[in-house]
Design a protein. Structure first.
Length: 308
């Protein structure tokens, strides 16, 4: 028989109350009591294959270079091979679409820096698009509550830890992650890095609980928006109190603490968002040219003449 356990044609099988013989789960179907199977377990002693996850587990410092507005695969790959640990593909404050992101990531999936993204918000569509395209670092902004933090985890992770749907995508391609040791579906929960950003007063209030969510690897003390939402600038007591609340939450939960690259020497911060692709070009040119930078000729007339 092709379908030996199938319900008989035209007849109620009674499966809602009675499972087939030898089923693990007995009695009435109850999702709260369901014993999850082991067919998608990672192999015993499976090793971590995401280098960012590996560094974070060791407590080493991790940097993310920001690709803010470009949708050019060439620009993305140049950034991804420039020396960062991951690329922070900006999807919260830029208007590019996921198709463009997929093209960039597909162009050099095994570059030095792994593909990462800041999604727009805690949302099934946003996060599953990111994961199905191959994200290995997911940054979720403005997490205001434990509920939002758990939702971000749920859409990032496959069951039983999360609720991510298995819908395919280029992440499963052998040229991306489909050929990783142990299998992508079986090992991605252990390899993806989930960073949740604390940017509001509500988020700061719940920071300890957010940091403690299983599956969250790090919390990010948002230097800009904690000022925006509090009304205080960096260096003032009220602002620094909020940053320290996030700091304390990370330490209490045994999670990593992230912030802007300018805070790379601030105590206990170990993961950082670095500058954008345009800023990187400017820095690279300045380093290359040295004293020859901005020594252009100055005609007396024409569009390049000094403006009076």
């Amino acid at each position: 028989m092709q379908f030996p356990l199938a319900a008989p044609g035209g007849k109620d099988s009674g499966a809602i109350t009675s499972p087939p013989a030898n089923a693990v789960n007995k009695g009435m179907l109850d999702p709260t009591k369901w014993q999850y199977g082991h067919d998608f377990d990672a192999p015993p002693n499976a090793k971590i294959w995401n280098p960012v996850k590996l560094k974070m587990m060791r407590g080493e410092k991790v940097t993310g270079g920001t690709v803010f507005s470009s949708d050019s695969p060439e620009t993305y790959c140049a950034m991804a091979n420039a020396g960062y640990d991951f690329i922070w593909t900006e999807m919260q404050h830029d208007s590019r679409d996921w198709e463009a992101v997929g093209r960039m990531w597909r162009a050099c999936p095994h570059a030095k820096a792994v593909p990462g993204v800041r999604v727009a918000y805690t949302d099934e569509r946003e996060i599953q698009h990111a994961m199905d395209l191959g994200a290995l670092v997911v940054v979720v902004p403005t997490v205001r509550s434990v509920e939002e933090g758990k939702a971000a985890r749920d859409w990032t992770m496959f069951p039983p830890l999360g609720k991510r749907s298995q819908g395919g995508g280029q992440a499963f391609d052998p040229e991306v992650w489909g050929s990783v040791p142990g299998g992508y579906r079986q090992t991605i929960n252990d390899n993806v890095v989930l960073i949740e950003m604390i940017e509001t007063l509500d988020g700061a209030k719940d920071a300890r609980e957010i940091a403690g969510i299983k599956g969250v690897d790090a919390v990010f003390a948002a230097s800009g928006d904690l000022g925006n939402f509090s009304g205080y600038k960096q260096g003032t007591p009220d602002y620094e109190r909020l940053i320290n609340i996030v700091h304390d939450a990370a330490l209490a939960a045994g999670k990593r603490l992230c912030g802007p690259f300018a805070w790379r020497d601030r105590p206990d911060f170990t993961c950082f968002q670095a500058g954008s692709e345009t800023a990187a070009i400017a820095r690279g040119v300045a380093a290359e040219l040295g004293t020859l930078k901005d020594t252009q000729g100055k005609p007396e007339v024409g569009p390049y003449a000094n403006k009076k």
